[in-house]
Design a protein. Structure first.
Length: 56
């Protein structure tokens, strides 16, 4: 159960980050470095979700 909860938490964070990236890109004068950092974090989350999902 703990593994499933962790995966759900990561998926929620991934979705939140996706929305934050979209919001930042649409904002006038968006910060490209901030967007890049958020995309790296989103990819890290996806990798962790995939890795943990293989163990379920």
């Amino acid at each position: 159960m703990a593994l499933e909860a962790r995966i759900e938490e990561l998926v929620a964070r991934h979705k939140t980050l996706d929305k934050a990236i979209d919001d930042e890109i649409r904002r006038p004068g968006s910060d490209d470095q901030r967007v890049a950092a958020m995309k790296r974090e989103k990819l890290r989350l996806k990798d962790e979700i995939t890795l943990l999902g293989a163990g379920v």
